[in-house]
Design a binder for this molecule. Structure first.
Ligand code: FES
Length: 128
């Protein structure tokens, strides 16, 4: 019996050119059973990364203004509540009250000049 064809639904987050290294984030939400989670996508070192917008310290959003999640240097993500700093590529906290903890990563990729989520990838994410 042949395998069923794999259906992968793609959801666009934004155009790739909307994200500038160390600049403004594009915010969006992802669905988990029973609730939506805030999320953001950023560019850093010419790659795109996305995370759930919930600080591992106290569970607040990182933004100090909507979509503003980088510190002044543009090298680290910063939590507006207590100033924890996170690596933009791994989401690991490198300074602050949750040092060593991680933001929850959302796998994204660039397809046809758009940043996209794949629903099957989100399913994997939801199981973690
Ligand atoms: S809530 Fe983010 S550092 Fe405290």
């Amino acid at each position: 019996m042949a395998d069923e064809p794999r259906v992968v639904l793609i959801r666009r987050v934004c155009r790739r050119d909307q994200l500038v290294d160390g600049g403004h984030a594009v915010t969006f939400s992802i669905s988990r059973p029973g609730r939506a989670l805030p999320a953001f996508a950023v560019a850093y070192d010419e790659s795109v990364h996305a995370f759930v917008n919930i600080c591992p310290h106290r569970g607040t959003p990182l933004d100090w203004q909507p979509g503003e999640v980088f510190d002044e240097s543009g090298l680290y993500l910063i939590c507006a509540t207590h100033g924890a700093l996170f690596e933009p590529d791994s989401g690991r906290c490198i300074a602050g009250p949750c040092q060593g903890a991680h933001l929850q990563r959302i796998p994204v990729e660039v397809v046809d000049d758009h940043v996209v989520l794949k629903h099957d990838v989100l399913g994997d994410y939801a199981d973690r």
